[in-house]
Design a protein around this ligand. Structure first.
Ligand SMILES: O=P(O)(O)OC[C@H]1O[C@H](O)[C@H](O)[C@@H](O)[C@@H]1O
Length: 618
């Protein structure tokens, strides 16, 4: 068995805890012990041979690597050895990755080695500017955002650097009051209203929840849907502070319907409050998009570019995430630094030294490379509450694809859900512990419970944080005892640097995993289909309204049956959708159900209220 070299065992403190995992030892000693970031000569070792070997130009058959699942290691001593042997530690970030509770075998790792080498080379080409998103003919450049010199051209490098400088300067000028709203009692901006959806919301939401200080210079809230009641709620909560609200409208495409609706609703609220929206509006979008042109023509306060080589779900390190974060007083340079350090670690072509590759290895093993199990994300830290929701888009929109790169129908993906611990132990962890075994867990552990000097023992020798720690460890052990596998990602505390590193870790793991299963992680064809279908429903609604309006303008008013409406819309096959459209309109007082025709949908007769065709198409 390997010896653990590098941990000095002279200090009595250490000897007492000789067998403690390095993380605990480091914490106990309150200093970084020279724990070997890389170990050599291990018995249970992941494949460590160099990349010098020419990687076979393998054509993937897309099938999972056939590996029978042996029983999990249960002997405590063997498990401890597995833990130590497999523990990945990024000393500078203080980030550890424990994959010992995932049962992959050395045989499996050896089988996967050549695929990983191809994945590493694919990622290297991607970072050099290859068209890594072939379906849309685009480069994939989110890694360049935190290391601009890696961008393939000086033009792109300059764009990245200039945008970062512009974001930093604008945020500084707003927070300092140099840029202020035209008419607000506070004399400065105090609120941010972010209007965006998907990747134009989830990253900023996750980071705000994780990193915003208790009293940020500007407090952020989100309109991330086309729910009128939700929009009304946000505007009502702003109240008179609408006058000191900076509205940031985020849309890479500049044409997403939900975002456009949110903008129109917010602009209506500004008009009704007698406020001048353009003086409080900021747009973050691709240059010359509909949104960009609107903001330019209307003279909005500021516009920041999004780039076609940054996907929505990987845009947190672009102006999309950096501007809202900076306005909340979050150190965006530290976020970028954490991501950059993690990126560098993930460029290793030695699997066991590459944390993103280790994650991808675990995902492939646990889900047989076909998504056979769900990924449960369990941060034991309130501030990381939205990490699972952020990863839902990053993982599922990247991996959830019908076809692979060779055109085979694979229906790939890994489902993601989660919330936070220990809260979820009082919700669904009962099923995880004993129920259907259709998942693997990723614990996110944060070692620092409270800032130094703020801890408090609620009973002798025990703090609240000890309970949280104990609940995590207890749940991890209880799941493993029942053969439920888990990964643990440990950070010292939640900081801009560790959050940046976590984002980078998962962005890269998704990219590597996509290579392993031979799919394009960077497009989202299914979303376009959904947008198209929604458009068809709205088009049908307009036809229904026209038919009802015409019938309602007759004297006497002529209530129509559903069949008559469908016939007059020339859409008899859409009668059910027509019924649903009418039911929704009636619930909102925009259509009237004739007396006595309630009950079965077959019986209703409907006509319009007091409205004419001009209002319909105003
Ligand atoms: O930023 P936008 O262009 O408005 O797009 C917002 C979202 O729209 C779609 O749902 C895409 O699939 C997402 O990846 C994107 O984040």
């Amino acid at each position: 068995m390997a010896s653990i070299s590098g941990i000095c065992s002279s200090s009595p403190t250490l000897q007492k805890f000789q067998n403690q995992p390095p993380a605990l030892t480091n914490t106990l000693r309150k200093e970084h012990v020279a724990f070997p970031a890389r170990r050599v000569d291990r018995s249970l070792s992941l494949t460590t041979h160099s990349v010098a070997r020419e990687v076979p130009a393998e054509v993937f058959d897309g099938a999972a690597v056939a590996t029978e699942k042996k029983g999990l290691v249960k002997d405590p001593h063997a498990l401890w050895q597995r833990y130590v042997d497999l523990l990945y530690q990024h000393k500078e970030l203080g980030l550890y990755l424990d994959v010992s509770r995932v049962g992959f075998t050395e045989e499996f790792v050896k089988k996967m080695e050549s695929r990983f080498q191809v994945a590493f080379r694919t990622m290297e080409e991607l970072e050099k500017g290859a068209i890594a998103n072939p379906d849309e003919g685009r480069m994939v450049g989110h890694y360049w955002l935190r290391d601009p010199k890696r961008a393939p051209t000086s033009f792109l490098r300059t764009q990245i650097e200039n945008t970062l400088d512009a974001v930093s300067k604008f945020a500084h000028d707003v927070v300092s009051g140099k840029i202020k709203p035209p008419s607000s009692p506070e004399g400065r901006f105090t609120q941010i209203l972010s209007v965006g959806i998907g990747g134009s919301a989830l990253g900023p939401q996750f980071v705000a929840e994780a990193l915003a200080p208790d009293n940020p210079p500007l407090k952020i809230r989100f309109v991330d849907n086309t729910d009128p009641a939700g929009i009304d709620h946000q505007i009502a909560q702003l109240g008179p502070e609408l006058a000191s609200t900076l509205v940031i409208v985020i849309s890479k495409s500049g044409g997403t319907p939900e975002t456009r609706n949110g903008l129109l609703e917010v602009q209506k609220a500004f008009r009704e409050a007698g406020l001048n929206f353009p003086k409080q509006g900021v747009a973050i979008t691709q240059e010359n998009s509909l949104l960009d042109n609107t903001a330019r023509i209307e003279g909005w306060l500021a516009r920041f570019p999004m780039f076609d080589w940054v996907g929505g779900r990987t845009s947190e390190m672009s102006a999309v995430g950096l501007l809202p974060a900076a306005l909340q007083g979050i150190d965006i340079r530290e976020m970028l630094a954490g991501a950059s350090l993690m990126d560098e670690a993930n460029r290793s072509t030695v699997l066991r030294n590459n944390p993103a590759a280790l994650l991808a290895l675990c995902w492939y093993w646990a889900t047989d490379g076909v998504g056979s199990k769900d990924m449960v994300i369990l941060p034991y830290k309130d501030s990381l509450l939205l990490f699972s929701r952020y990863l839902q888009q990053l993982v599922m929109e990247s991996l959830g694809k019908e076809f692979d790169l060779d055109g085979n129908r694979v229906n790939q993906g890994i489902s993601v859900y989660g919330n936070k611990g220990s809260t979820d132990q009082h919700a669904y962890i009962q099923q995880l512990r004993e129920g259907v075994h259709n998942f693997f867990v990723t614990f996110i552990e944060v070692l620092r419970d409270r800032p130094p000097g703020h801890d408090w023992e609620l009973e002798p020798g025990v703090t609240c944080g000890d309970y949280l720690f104990g609940m995590l460890q207890g749940t991890r052990s209880a799941l493993y005892a029942n053969n439920r596998e888990s990964i643990t990602v440990t950070v010292q505390e939640v900081t801009p640097r560790s959050v940046g590193a976590l984002i980078a870790l998962y962005e890269r793991a998704v990219g590597i995993y996509a290579s392993l299963v031979n799919i394009n992680a960077y497009h989202q064809p299914g979303v376009e289909a959904g947008k198209k279908a929604a458009g068809e429903v709205l088009a049908l609604q307009k036809r229904v309204l026209a038919v009802l309006n015409e019938a309602s303008c007759k004297e006497p008013v002529e209530p129509l049956t559903l069949e008559e409406v469908a016939e007059r819309c020339h859409a008899p096959e859409d009668i059910e959708m027509i019924y649903k459209i009418i039911a929704h309109m009636a619930a909102n007082d925009r259509a009237l159900i004739a007396e006595g025709s309630c009950g079965s949908p077959r019986s209703i007769k409907v006509f319009l209220g007091e409205c004419n065709i001009d209002e319909l198409y105003a």
